[in-house]
Ligand binder design. Structure first.
Ligand code: APR
Ligand code: MG
Length: 195
């Protein structure tokens, strides 16, 4: 939720056993194409429609069987996205932030991983064969990174959807910090500078 507190990874890892850890990842790839032949797509950025009707990122709870956060994340990615994820691994170097939610006590770690467009398209193509497809994952979506002439269509309208947990904030920070948006779009969105 928007009121969740952001914490450093060290503080998050020192939380007691009363806290469950979850990890989610934004997968993205450069996409050189233009919508309608004139609007640059810039990047393909993946999110998913979740079982609860909210948009979020693939990933989930880290279990006792996982020896590291990233082992849990990569296992969840395989369950939710299928076999095409096995050609890459999301690593600690892809880590971006952690958010605490009080009820229930969950600390959500967020990662972003740059793929080639071919790798990302393979993820999309194989996702309907994933174990969780049609159950916890209702489908993948790409995030529109442009603003249409009416000033609402594209990213502003996308951001009006319902998001799970910190997903909306994670998305906006990643789009800004990884320079996935052009400066004109950032200016029109009036995104506050990330902390
Ligand atoms: N930011 C912050 N918190 C998030 C985010 C996010 N972007 N995405 C999910 N969460 C929270 C969820 O609200 C949930 O509490 O992290 C927790 C785990 O994430 P999920 O992806 O929902 O978990 P997953 O292991 O994939 O599967 C859902 O959880 O409650 C059970 O029975 C339910 O089996 C289901 C499972
Ligand atoms: Mg999940």
């Amino acid at each position: 939720m928007a009121g969740d507190r952001k914490v450093e990874l060290g503080e998050a890892l020192a939380l007691g056993p009363g806290w469950r850890h979850a990890c989610h990842a934004l997968l993205y790839a450069p996409d050189p194409r233009k919508l309608f032949g004139r609007i640059p797509l810039r990047f393909a950025v993946l999110m998913q429609m979740r079982f609860d009707g909210r948009l979020g990122f693939p990933g989930g709870f880290v279990d006792a069987q996982d020896s590291t956060l990233e082992d849990g994340l990569n296992r969840e990615l395989r369950e939710e996205l299928g076999e095409a994820v096995s050609v890459f691994r999301v690593e600690r170097s892809d880590y971006r932030s952690s958010h605490l939610a009080a009820r229930p006590r969950v600390v959500a770690h967020f990662y972003a991983k740059r793929l080639t467009l071919e790798q990302l398209q393979a993820v999309e193509a194989r996702a309907p064969q994933a174990k969780d497809h049609g159950l916890e994952v209702l489908g993948l979506v790409r995030v529109p990174l442009y603003i249409l002439r009416d000033g609402e269509g594209g990213l502003p309208a996308f951001l009006d959807n319902a998001f799970i947990g910190a997903a909306r904030e994670q998305l906006l920070e990643a789009l800004q910090d990884l320079e996935l948006l052009d400066p004109g779009t950032i200016a029109k969105l009036k995104i506050p500078a990330s902390k």
